[in-house]
Design a protein around this ligand. Sequence first.
Ligand SMILES: *Cc1c(COP(=O)(O)O)cnc(C)c1O
Length: 432
Amino acid sequence: MRLAIAGGQPVRTKKFPAYRFIGDEEKQAVARVLDSGVLSRYLGCWHDDFYGGPEVQALERQWADYFGVKHAVAVNSCTSGIQCAVGAIGTEPGDEVVVSPYSMCISATAPLLYGAVPVFADIEDEYFCLDPDRVEAAITSRTRAIIAVDLFGQPYDVEAINAIAKRHGLYVIEDAAQAPGATYQGQHAGTLGDIGVFSLNYHKHIHCGEGGVVTTDSDELAEKVRLIRNHAEAVVQGKGHKDLTNMLGFNFRMTEIEAAIASCQLRKLNSLIERQRANCDYLANRLGEIPALTPQKTRPGAEHSYYVHAFKFDERVAGVPRDAFIDAVAAELPVTELREGEGVKICNGYVKPLYLLPLFQERIAIGSKGYPFTGPDHTSEVCYDRGICPVVERVESKELFGHELMRPPVTQEDMDDVANAFEKVWTLRDQL
Ligand SMILES: *Cc1c(COP(=O)(O)O)cnc(C)c1O
């Protein structure tokens, strides 16, 4: 028998079914909004419509109920939601914010938008979220906050990181973009820090086009997020809002159509997560039999929501490098319907450590003169050299692989094909 990458027959050629999570409910909801004639109902001044239209407000109530949090504020992306959160906590030029190098870029770059500087702390070897010891070591007298990411759908180390934040008087912003439906000790991801942010973009568990939701139990933070979302600078006077810190507003408003879709999507989240967990558990059991592969563990007390199903690869055990092995597995499998040209949903690594982005290497963010990295507010330079976070560099370059093949309607039979592809490559790896 030969590996497909060496010209043999692949394990499977029938495409994997596409994750199609938009149904009749969403179509009816969109039609209802179109019939109303009101596609968005915000006004950027102090008026009844400052808080948005009926669909936006209904989604916010539904979201707050579902996640068990006092306030949910709908925005037009998680990116803008994180920006609102960083602004709402009163971030100042000269501040530092401790961030993870292993995430989507905005969870590291958002502080820059308010003149603060990100400081990277390394990740945990096992769970890939911020390592509390490294967070502690990164804290200085200038630190204002920690942005903790629930990477791949795994909650961050809530107890340790929240304790550090409390001890040093810092805010925790939780980037829960990848973790709707994950929990820690029964409490939802997105409500584990002072302020949480979700994403509703196409790649996430539930989606509405583009969208995000900010969650918090704090009345004050929620109101600041609502102001930043909708032209705060033009609203504060009419509203009688006294604290002008970061009350530069933007237009980060979600439309009525997106809110109506998101509401339908949220109702399906439980059943989606249940099916994903079953598929991931099943596959992890089978792949766990292969000596070089270790399925990602779930943190004690947590429930994972599987945005990505991650594994670690041990090249010393396998005798071949990760990339050669995973490329060979991918060659045994077909693409997914709708993903023509995008390849099989299995990846070597996730993202390059974020401090290696040109933005940090060149220290050019706002304007061309190095602000805010250098200048009057930042007297000591933060280091972004290769090597500052050795765990993430090793995990990304040699060890981690992940897949997104668990999304329904795939079944255990589809997972069997995936497992068979891994087993075939394992058995025949000397052909690589
Ligand atoms: C997707 C994602 C974001 C950004 O979400 P958008 O809604 O596209 O802005 C932020 N953080 C993480 C961890 C993400 O995965």
